[in-house]
Write a protein that binds this ligand. Structure first.
Ligand SMILES: Cc1cc2nc3c(=O)[nH]c(=O)nc-3n(C[C@H](O)[C@H](O)[C@H](O)COP(=O)(O)OP(=O)(O)OC[C@H]3O[C@@H](n4cnc5c(N)ncnc54)[C@H](O)[C@@H]3O)c2cc1C
Ligand code: SF4
Ligand code: SF4
Length: 453
């Protein structure tokens, strides 16, 4: 009987893969490669005989059997970050400073405040690295976006904007050690964890990867999310020339952005305000299963972590503002220099403000994780840092409904590929979820008011 690679058996078959693709680079036999699954995610699939050396699983962020020194993000971070000079907070990890702000040059062409693009540019300009590995429009068939290796400021500028679409490091990661210079990588937290594990496994990568830019992440979306939004924007063709998930409305608030597409036939933009399609994030629609078992909200293993400032007063500004955590002295220096040179508009914020900006994510991902673990029938799961917590009945119902909504959305789209039918079929469960969530918000409001008395 053909042996199954450990990462496939213990991670992919448990539906805990987020598609980073780093396991494929570490497979000596080259018997796994990334491909689309039936739910619109990229996963490793087996194409030959596995030698059972377990190399693949040693770099997987969802490895259920990590060594003690690599048990969770907390242990891994102590191997990479300066734990002596940095502060530590249980929700933030090791950090130097927390800020909110934007890049004066890159803000308007970016998703949030443009700090990811700014930092990438500075790393190249100051020759701290020769290449930036980030996500751009794809030249590959069947992929709208993919990771690439770029070495020019022009390439970095073109890479701006967040893509809520499955991407993998599969094709670029193997090339890193043969490049004629050092690199920086932009990635979501689980990808950064895989990169750190790979750096431990291969010291050459530790030398070559000089900087990581962590993109704070509330969950990855299946490619079905893009297909659904494209239809909602009035486009039936799948021949798309450009996709923008975050078109800003500077006359409105930061959350009031649009999704827009152009087809290869014309230059007309077809767009739709995201608020008109309902809550795509809190409901769990089109989300990967693994994201419900991830407790790294703030990209704890990156040199710098960047997210959206979903807090007042910043959220009122439709031009977009980042929340920022610096975790190394180099990251902090880049920001301080940018401030001095009038290239950045940033201000320190309290760590509590940062946490508030990701409140929904912390509540769902950390406070409710032990309940989801209890609900699940997972045989293998990496160690998590959460304590068991008793949840009120309404929160338990919300968790159950989110789990159902997530799975239903993926199977319903796979069966219909039709936005109108999808909306009709998802309506009853989304309605239930909306009502109970409304009740929960009302209850929390009353409790908060009573606490202030
Ligand atoms: C899947 C996903 C979920 C997210 N969830 C949250 C959240 O819950 N809360 C929050 O505050 N912020 C979240 N973000 C981050 C947020 O959308 C912005 O990306 C972040 O604030 C950086 O903004 P910026 O203006 O500095 O980036 P920009 O200057 O616009 O640059 C974006 C950078 O990210 C890279 N990139 C684009 N797509 C991806 C991708 N899929 N994976 C890795 N790199 C990519 C680009 O190549 C570019 O380097 C999420 C991002 C992603 C990709
Ligand atoms: S998360 Fe990454 S390393 Fe783990 S199985 Fe998926 S592609 Fe491989
Ligand atoms: S929520 Fe966690 S597991 Fe999911 S994509 Fe984001 S970082 Fe990865």
């Amino acid at each position: 009987m053909r042996q199954i690679p450990s990462v496939v058996k213990h991670v992919v078959h448990q539906d805990l893969c987020t598609g980073c693709g780093i396991c494929t680079s570490f497979c000596n036999e080259k018997v796994i490669k990334m491909d689309w699954n039936s739910q619109g995610f990229l996963i490793p699939v087996q194409s030959g005989t596995c030698s059972q050396d377990n190399n693949c699983i040693s770099v997987c962020p969802f490895n259920p059997f990590p060594e003690e020194k690599l048990k969770t993000e907390t242990e891994i971070s102590s191997l990479f970050l300066d734990t002596v000079s940095a502060s530590n907070h249980k929700k933030l990890g090791n950090y130097f400073n927390t800020y909110a702000g934007y890049s004066i040059e890159h803000r308007m062409k970016s998703s949030s405040g443009g700090i990811a693009t700014y930092v990438s540019k500075i790393l190249l300009e100051k020759k701290i690295v020769k290449y930036i590995i980030n996500v751009v429009e794809s030249k590959e068939q069947n992929h709208h976006f993919s990771y690439t290796i770029g070495g020019s400021i022009e390439e970095v500028s073109k890479s701006a904007k967040t893509r809520y679409y499955p991407v993998t490091l599969e094709n670029v990661f193997e090339k890193i050690t043969s490049l004629d210079g050092d690199v920086a990588i932009v990635g979501i937290p689980c990808f950064i964890k895989a990169i750190r594990l790979a750096q431990i496994k291969n010291p050459d990568l530790r030398d070559k990867i000089k900087f990581t830019i962590g993109i704070i992440c509330g969950g990855i979306k299946s490619k079905f999310f893009t297909e659904y939004l494209t239809q909602k924007a009035g486009v039936s063709s799948n021949k798309l020339s450009s996709i923008d998930y975050r078109i800003k409305d500077i006359s409105s608030h930061a959350g009031d952005y649009s999704f827009g597409v152009k087809t290869t036939n014309s230059n007309d933009l077809h767009d739709i305000k995201m608020r008109t399609v309902g809550d795509m994030w809190g409901t769990g629609l089109f989300k990967a299963n693994a994201c419900d078992f991830c407790d790294d909200v703030s990209a704890e293993l990156a040199d710098i972590s960047l997210g959206d400032a979903w807090i007042r007063p910043f959220v009122n500004d439709g031009q977009g503002t980042n929340v920022i955590i610096t975790r190394t002295s180099l990251a902090d220096q880049i920001l301080q220099d940018g401030l001095k040179n009038d290239e950045l508009h940033i201000e320190p914020i309290q760590k509590e403000e940062f946490i508030k900006s990701q409140k929904g994510s912390y509540t769902h991902r950390q406070d409710c994780l032990s309940y989801r673990i209890k609900l699940s029938d997972l045989k293998y799961l990496p160690p998590k840092r959460v304590k068991s917590k008793v949840l009120p009945p309404d929160v338990k119902i919300i968790q159950k409904l989110r789990r159902q909504t997530r799975l239903n959305s993926l199977t319903t789209w796979a069966n219909t590929h039709d936005a109108e039918k999808f909306d009709a079929m998802m309506k009853p469960s989304l309605r239930k979820l909306r009502l109970i969530t409304k009740f929960n918000h009302y209850k929390r409001g009353v409790v908060d008011k009573l606490k202030k008395l």
